[in-house]
Design a protein around this ligand. Sequence first.
Ligand SMILES: Nc1ncnc2c1ncn2[C@@H]1O[C@H](COP(=O)(O)OP(=O)(O)OP(=O)(O)O)[C@@H](O)[C@H]1O
Length: 591
Amino acid sequence: MNSRPPSAPSYRFTSSNAREEYTARPCISSSPPPSADGDNEKYAAPAAEPLSCISSNNKVPSSDTSEDALLPPASQRIQVAVRVRPMPTYRPSHPSRQASRCRTPLLPPTPLPFRRPSIPDTLPRTPSIRSLSVSSAQTNILKPLRGVPPLPAGENCITISPSAPDSICISDPTGRRGQKEFAFDAVFAEDDSTAQVYDQMVKGVVRKCLKGYNGCVFAYGQTASGKTFTMEGYKPTSFDAPPTDPADRGIILRVAADLVDHIQRVTASEARGESEHVTLFSVKASYVEIYQETLTDLLCDKEAQADLRIRMDPDSLSGKELYIQGLTQREVVDLEDYVRVVQAGARRRTIGETNMNDVSSRSHAVLTFTIEQIQRRRGVSEADELGTRKRSKIHLVDLAGSERVTSTGATGTRLKEGGSINQSLLALGNVISALSSQTRTPTQHVSYRDSKLTYLLSDSLGGNALTVMIACATPAGSCYEETMGTLRFAERAKKVALRARVNIDLQSRRILSLESEIAHLRQLLASSSRMLPQTQDASTLTLVSDVTQRVSKWKAFRASVSKRWKKLAWRAKRGLTKRGQIGVEDITSVA
Ligand SMILES: Nc1ncnc2c1ncn2[C@@H]1O[C@H](COP(=O)(O)OP(=O)(O)OP(=O)(O)O)[C@@H](O)[C@H]1O
């Protein structure tokens, strides 16, 4: 089964580039996405604006096709937040724990015997000290102990100062390397909820995706640092069941809720005739897993798996956008559809048990929502107007965690998985290092093809997408090296420039450009015709005053002639000249 990336049957995005098939070749590609020096613009709305058009107010975003679509690509950089999880405890290695539990599609729900630490949906940022220690009671809640005594995680090595809430300080528990401070776009402590992470970092990206930009949110960090917790949410019943309480939702379902809400609002508002446009929306979901450099479709069973290949989409705006040939695209309309997709993915995803995490993700998972919009003027049929077409994608990526064999106690399959995970994360690190290098030239080679992960995400890493990285960190002193590695990676990612642009098809772009030119000319015409009466008045006034002057001069002249004529007539009556005799020349000169 070779399915194309989603596209409405009535149109195609134009491009002339040929397709190209992906083959994993180290360091061969030389087509890095364009990049530019980024500014510090955040994707989120300015503080004065409500955080989302989808939020509580009833306003529906106006048609925004023209302004944004014609703007040149926006220069930004990857937005980076660090989220610190509560202090964990780890269990010592036990031979029975190495039993393979991976690659078991459609596992029955396995209830996990831990309770959720009470984390309110929205917690105000604590104004005073935000120390990261947690009570032992809460610590034990975080891991199922099953009779094995926990290992102490060591001292807390992370502090977040209330005076610099977007900075994080890490200290070497051995005291050899002292302290180091890092600054990011946001830092979230253990008491900060996923809702806060979403509102501050992701909501703005979703809004931009609805305007036609591509987006990408990825969670990075060592194993058990809270990546799946952040992306998928807290699951009180089983690892493959979606969170039942909306407050437990991770970023994926929050994005889904916002998409559903926005589309419903726009559709309802257009149905009430509040907009001069009518928009047709279509959202499709695909979910792929990269396990040991193999792609697996998480939305279909093992028997139905197609041969998945990463290819270039010639119908995309750049002609180089990547898609996975053969991947299931599932239409999603309401929240239940999205929940089903998330659940299906979680059920089929490869997980395994390690000393650090009972439900450790052994693969990278990329969930993609492709949003297509066709906007036409009200009352105009498809035959008369093709409409403005936009297609954007939002990738939500839960990476597998980097791990040390000594900490995870991995052997056999787990060890092999760990090696593969570290390998692909190394490739990701190399790409980020290359992109963030100060000395990099735009044509310089970036080895995106070193791993399927980096190749698939190449556009999101330094290309046509608004990208957010959530670096998850563990505060335990025993994890100092891994946390330091995560923070260093995050610091490099912060420097990666992006060039996101609205993904609107070329014909629509041309029509929009002509429409905007017509609007501009109309404006000019209106303003010049407004000026016309004033111009007339001014010239008329000058003319009138000129004529008035001439008339008054003429009147004065006539009065003087009349006076002289009367005088002459009087003299002529008496037969007198100046000299006492009448002179003929006097009379002719007056005439
Ligand atoms: N911010 C948090 N608040 C409360 N519990 C958390 C938080 N972050 C993580 N946890 C808990 O820590 C455990 C490990 O988290 P999670 O599975 O999300 O880690 P991970 O980074 O995805 O690990 P891996 O890379 O091994 O898959 C889970 O039990 C989770 O509920």
